[in-house]
Design a protein around this ligand. Structure first.
Ligand code: NCD
Length: 303
């Protein structure tokens, strides 16, 4: 039994193991070979925050593996009656769920849920802390397109301070031997004190120059209690990843975005829908990676 709470605590062999398992699942599904059916476990999907891709891909991953999912969302639950996260998790444990997948608006909430649950638990994004399965799916996508991660230069551009995707990716990519450049307006960059791996850069042209991968981040307006310094238009003028920027500074780069996209803000349509875009692959690969992560947590052998 394992828990996947953050890439920060994962070592390189574990990351490679999960990526390999994901690629093996993808191969089987592509060739319409049967996926070895598991022990029909029940997986609770606890989403305390909105989600489209992550929730659906976990459901899809569990279904491919023959597991049952039980969905839990804030709406229609006893959270509305003031129940705590701890009591909610204990209730679900006592009702016999075998594993939980947790998304929560507060950083660290998944660690608490995992501790109380005591069994397999996957972080599906907690506040601005981490989103490990997103980074693992992104790693598989980069490996497919570039052949390797080791030695690449990856620019992560946008609202870095609020982004759990940026954090998990910065940890994963640096553990795998890539050079990470974090870029955004100073109001949306984490303090150097956070010790996130990667260099800091405040000019998007400098950040993407010669990069192999450009990863765009969504402006997370819902996490900006203090407002965005400057307007969205200013942001787009200065930090948008678009066709002109890429043609001039990173013509060989693939472009990624975890979604959902603010088209015309952090990325233009021509780039999001163009040949360098790997956004569709990121979504496709996320299902296989989540299958691999469920196997890894349950201690199943994939091969
Ligand atoms: C991200 C998330 O929720 O952290 N989306 C996702 O899971 N694919 C990124 C975001 O919301 O901007």
């Amino acid at each position: 039994m394992r828990q996947l709470l953050a890439i920060r605590y994962l070592n390189r062999p574990d990351i490679e193991d999960i990526i390999e398992r994901a690629a093996a699942h993808r191969e089987r599904i592509k060739e319409r070979k049967p996926v070895p059916q598991r022990s029909h476990l029940s997986v609770g999907l606890l989403f305390f925050e909105d989600s489209t891709r992550t929730r659906v891909s976990f459901e899809q991953a569990a279904a491919y593996l023959g597991h049952r999912t039980v969905s839990f969302t804030t709406v229609g639950s006893s959270l509305r009656k003031g129940e705590t996260l701890r009591d909610t998790v204990l209730t679900l444990r006592d009702e016999g769920l075998d594993a939980i997948v947790v998304r929560h608006p507060s950083s660290g909430a998944c660690n608490l849920a995992a501790r109380e649950f005591g069994g397999p638990c996957v972080n599906a994004g907690d506040g601005s802390h981490e989103h490990p399965t997103q980074a693992l799916g992104d790693a598989l996508t980069i490996q497919d397109r570039k052949g390797t991660i080791e030695g690449l230069t990856v620019a992560i551009v946008g609202d870095v301070v609020h982004s759990r995707v940026a954090r998990s990716n910065a940890w994963l990519l640096s553990k795998m031997g890539a050079a990470v450049r974090l870029c955004g307006p100073s109001s949306l960059m984490p303090s150097q004190m956070t010790k996130l791996p990667g260099t800091h850069c405040y000019d998007v042209r400098e950040a993407v120059h010669g990069a192999d991968v450009v990863m765009c981040l969504r402006l997370q307006k819902e996490r900006m209690a203090d407002g965005l310094a400057g307007s969205v238009r200013d942001y787009a003028n200065n930090f948008q990843v678009n066709r002109r920027l890429l043609a001039r500074h990173a013509p060989e780069a693939i472009v990624m975005h975890p979604g959902p996209l603010n088209r015309g803000v952090e990325i233009d349509d021509a780039t999001a829908d163009g040949p360098s875009s790997a956004i569709g692959d990121q979504v496709r690969n996320s299902v296989f990676v989540r299958m691999a992560v469920l196997d890894w947590c349950f201690g199943e052998v994939t091969a």
